[in-house]
Design a protein around this ligand. Structure first.
Ligand SMILES: Nc1ncnc2c1ncn2[C@@H]1O[C@H](COP(=O)(O)OP(=O)(O)OP(=O)(O)O)[C@@H](O)[C@H]1O
Ligand SMILES: O=C(O)[C@H](O)CO
Length: 523
C-alpha cells in the first residue's frame, strides 16, 4: 500500500507549535497522531478493494486441471477465456485477471477513462497496467464521464467480441463505476449525441443514478442485459466492483449482464418527473414505442453469474479490523450514507458531540436534547442500514478510543464557482459543526475521502478536520462560512495550515464511493 497512498509528509513532520486559538501543545500533538492513524485507516479501506486483492479473493484457478472457481461455481478453462470490461477501475482489474488467468486468455477488449494508463504509469503503479504484449485491447474514452465517440468505438468492439462467442467459451466481464459512460451503444435511430443530451439533462435536473440508468438501459443495445444476450450461448461471469449504495447489480454500470426489469412505463414516469417527456427527440420516442410492443419481452440471463467482488461495506470492514488492531473499539455505522451534505455534516457533528460526552465522566454529558436531535436527524436521513444504537452502546462501554466508520455518497448542491469535492465539503462542514460545541476532554477527528483518490475536480482525495478548525482558520484570516458559501472547500484546505489537512493519495485504481471516519480518544 505504501506505493498507493503516501501519508502527507507535512502531516508526519508537522512542528508542534502552540495552537493559535490558545489550546495546549499536547492537544495538537495527540491530534497529529490521530491524523496519522486516520490516514492509515483510510489506506486500509482502499487497500481492501484494490483490483489485485479483490480478484485473488474472487477467483481461484487450479493450474493442473484448468478449473476456475468463482464462488461456488466451477468453469473449465481450455484456451477458451475471453475478457471484456468497462469502468474507472477496470484497467487494474484486467491487469489482475491477466496475471491470474493469462494462459487461458484468447482475447479481450476494455473501455477505460481517457488518460488512465499514462496516469498509472506516472504514479509508478505497474500492477495496474497490462503486460507489454497483452491480448487485451484497450480503448480510452468518456472524458469527463460522458459517453463519446471513443467510448462508442470501444462498445462496438466489445459487442463484436461477445457476438463471436460459442457455447464452449467463457466470457469474463469486468465492471466498475463509470461503466455506463464507457459502454454507449444507443439503439438506432437514437444517436450518441441525443443520448448524451438526455442523460445530461436528467442528471442536471436531479435524477438519481437508478433513474438515470433506467433510461440509459431502455435506449441501449448493451445495457440492461444486452451484453449478456450478445454473448449467448457462451457462459458469462461478471465481476462487479460496486459504486452504488446497496450494491444493486442491475444499476451498477446499467447492468449489462442483468436482465432489465423496467418497462416503458417506468421510463415515461421518470421522463415526466423531470419535465422531459414533451421535448423527447423522435428517435427516443420510436425506440420506447418499439420496446413497448416487443413480443419477446425482457430476455433472461440464465447463462450469467454476476458477482459483487468489492463494495463500500467490504472496504469499511477492513478498516474496522485495522482500527481494532490499533486499539480502537470500532463500529461500522452504515455503508449507505446519502442525503444532502449539510444534513450529513450536522449528523456527524451531533454524533461526535453525543459520543464524546459518553466517553467522558458525568458532568460533561451531552444533553438529552442533543441525543434526541441526533436520532431525529438519523430518521430524516433515512439511512437503511444505520447502526446508531449499536454504535452508541459501544461508545458507552468503550472506556477508551473509539472509531466510527461509515461510507456512501452525500449530495452537494453547488452554490458558487469555487473548487471543491463532496469529501472536502463534508469535512469542512463537519469541522464547522465540531467547533460549535465547548471542547470536552476528548480528542476528535473526522476524515472524509473518496476511495478513487480524486474528490470532485481536485487533486486531493478528501480532508480531515478537528474541532479547533474554525478558530485556527480564523486566526489565519480564513472564514470557513464564506468558503462554504462559494463551494470552495478545496481552496480553503489548500490555504489552511499549508494544506496539511488535505488527503493526497493520487488515483487509487479502485472506486467504492466515499469513506468517513470519526475518531474519538479520551485524554
Ligand atoms: N466545488 C465543489 N464543491 C463540492 N463538491 C463539488 C464541487 N464541484 C464538484 N463537486 C462534486 O463532485 C462530484 C463529481 O466528482 P467525482 O467525479 O469525484 O464524483 P462522481 O462523478 O460521483 O464519481 P466517483 O463516483 O467516481 O467519485 C459531484 O458530486 C459534485 O457535486
Ligand atoms: O456507470 C454508472 O452507471 C455509475 O457509475 C453507477 O455504477
Amino acid at each position: 500500500m505504501a506505493a498507493v497512498l503516501q501519508v502527507l509528509p507535512c502531516v508526519a513532520r508537522a512542528p508542534l507549535r502552540p495552537l493559535l486559538s490558545g489550546g495546549p501543545v499536547v492537544r495538537q500533538a495527540s491530534g497529529m497522531a490521530l491524523a496519522e492513524q486516520a490516514q492509515q485507516l483510510f489506506e486500509s479501506t482502499v487497500g481492501a478493494v484494490l483490483p489485485g486483492p479483490m480478484l485473488h479473493r474472487a477467483l481461484s484457478l487450479d493450474p493442473g486441471s484448468g478449473l476456475l472457481k468463482v464462488r461456488d461455481r466451477s468453469f473449465q478453462l481450455r484456451q477458451n477465456l475471453h475478457l471484456v470490461g468497462f469502468g474507472k477501475a477496470v484497467l487494474g482489474m484486467a491487469a489482475a485477471a491477466e496475471e491470474l488467468l493469462g494462459q487461458h486468455l484468447v482475447q479481450g477488449v476494455i473501455s477505460v477513462p481517457k488518460g488512465i494508463r499514462a496516469a498509472m504509469e506516472r504514479a509508478g503503479k505497474q500492477e495496474m497496467l497490462l503486460k507489454p504484449h497483452s491480448r487485451v485491447q484497450v480503448f480510452e474514452g468518456a472524458e469527463d464521464n460522458l459517453p463519446d465517440r471513443d467510448a462508442l468505438r470501444a462498445a462496438l468492439a466489445i459487442r463484436q467480441l461477445a457476438e463471436g462467442l460459442t457455447a464452449d467459451d467463457l466470457l469474463l466481464v469486468l465492471i466498475s463505476g463509470g461503466g455506463s459512460a464507457l459502454l454507449p451503444a444507443p439503439i438506432p435511430p437514437v444517436t450518441l449525441e441525443e443520448k448524451q443530451t438526455l442523460t445530461k439533462l436528467l442528471a442536471a435536473r436531479g435524477a438519481n443514478i437508478q433513474e438515470l440508468n433506467t433510461i440509459r438501459k431502455a435506449l441501449s443495445q448493451l445495457k440492461g442485459g444486452g451484453l449478456a444476450q450478445a454473448a449467448y450461448p457462451a457462459q458469462v461471469v461478471s465481476l462487479i466492483l460496486s459504486d452504488v449504495v446497496g450494491d444493486p447489480v442491475e444499476v451498477i454500470a446499467s447492468g449489462p449482464t442483468v436482465a432489465s426489469v423496467h418497462n416503458v412505463q417506468d421510463c415515461l414516469h421518470i421522463l415526466n418527473r423531470y419535465g422531459l417527456r414533451a421535448a423527447l427527440p423522435r428517435s427516443v420516442k420510436t425506440v420506447l414505442a418499439r420496446a413497448d410492443s416487443d413480443p419477446h419481452g425482457p430476455h433472461t440471463c440464465g447463462h450469467v453469474l454476476n458477482v459483487i467482488i468489492g463494495s463500500n461495506a467490504l472496504a469499511l470492514a477492513e478498516a474496522q479490523r485495522r482500527a481494532e488492531a490499533l486499539g480502537y473499539r470500532a463500529v461500522v455505522l452504515s455503508a449507505a450514507i446519502q442525503g444532502d451534505v449539510k444534513s450529513v455534516a450536522r449528523f456527524y457533528g451531533l454524533l461526535a458531540q453525543v459520543a464524546g460526552a459518553h466517553l467522558t465522566p458525568p458532568g460533561t454529558a451531552a444533553s438529552m436534547e442533543q441525543e434526541e436531535q441526533l436520532h431525529e436527524l438519523a430518521a430524516e436521513l433515512q439511512l437503511p442500514d444505520l447502526r446508531l444504537k449499536e454504535a452508541l452502546e459501544t461508545v458507552v462501554g468503550a472506556g477508551g478510543p473509539v472509531c466510527l466508520l461509515a461510507g456512501g455518497e452525500p449530495t452537494v448542491q453547488l452554490q458558487g464557482s469555487g473548487k471543491g469535492g463532496r469529501n472536502q465539503e463534508l469535512a469542512l462542514r463537519v469541522g464547522a459543526e465540531l467547533g460549535r460545541w465547548p471542547p470536552g476532554p476528548v480528542d476528535v477527528l473526522f476524515l472524509s475521502g473518496g476511495t478513487d483518490g480524486q474528490d470532485g475536480p481536485t487533486e486531493a482525495a478528501g480532508a480531515w478536520v478537528v474541532p479547533e478548525l474554525a478558530s485556527q482558520a480564523a486566526a489565519e484570516g480564513l472564514d470557513v462560512a464564506s468558503f462554504l458559501s462559494r463551494s470552495d472547500s478545496h481552496t480553503f484546505f489548500r490555504c489552511f495550515r499549508g494544506g496539511m489537512h488535505l488527503l493526497h493519495t493520487g488515483l487509487t485504481g479502485t472506486n467504492v464511493m466515499d469513506a468517513h471516519l470519526l475518531l474519538l480518544r479520551p485524554r
